[in-house]
Every structure is written in structure tokens, then in C-alpha cells.
Design a protein. Structure first.
Length: 95
């Protein structure tokens, strides 16, 4: 049994892709079928997923985060942290 997939795209993107697919000799439906087949076979996308960082990027972010860790816990209340943030950002004392 066939199923229908509906996708919402920017109009300009859709037109550009359709033009490219015509040049490749395939329909938009066939392109989606090929994408789905690839995902089923490999369990991954055939391109980088910008929403998900690579393992190298994750390691880089963790290393950068480690540079900001304190040797001792910060001994400030939530109100003190909020007041310090407002003072730093707006140069305004709230307390």
C-alpha cells in the first residue's frame, strides 16, 4: 500500500529543486523515494545534518566548556547572580 508524504517548503526552494531534478531526469516523488530508500538502507542521511554536530564538534565544544569551569563552586544565590547579570549588562544596581 502506498503512503503520501506532504512537505512544506519555501516556494523559491521548491522551484529551484524542481528545475534541478528536471535536469537530472527524475521527479520530486522519485527523489523523495530515493532519499527514504537510502535512509532505510543506511540508517543515516546522505549528507551532513547541520542540526546535529559531528563528534569532532562535540569534543571541541566540551573542551571549550571545560575552559570555563571553576575550581570551586560559585557561592552566590540566584538573586545575587541575577543582580550581577543586570549590573554587568545594563550597568544598573538592583540591590
Amino acid at each position: 500500500m502506498d503512503a503520501i508524504v506532504t512537505v512544506r517548503l519555501d516556494k523559491d526552494v521548491k522551484e529551484s529543486v524542481q528545475e534541478t531534478l528536471r535536469g537530472l531526469g527524475i521527479t520530486p516523488s522519485r527523489a523523495v523515494q530515493l532519499l527514504y530508500d537510502y535512509i532505510v538502507k543506511t540508517g543515516s542521511l546522505p549528507f551532513d545534518n547541520d542540526d546535529k554536530p559531528s563528534s569532532d564538534e562535540i569534543e571541541r565544544r566540551l573542551a571549550a566548556f571545560g575552559l570555563f569551569q571553576l575550581d570551586e563552586p560559585l557561592q552566590m544565590s540566584d538573586d545575587e547572580i541575577r543582580a550581577a547579570y543586570i549590573k554587568e549588562r545594563y550597568d544598573f544596581d538592583v540591590g
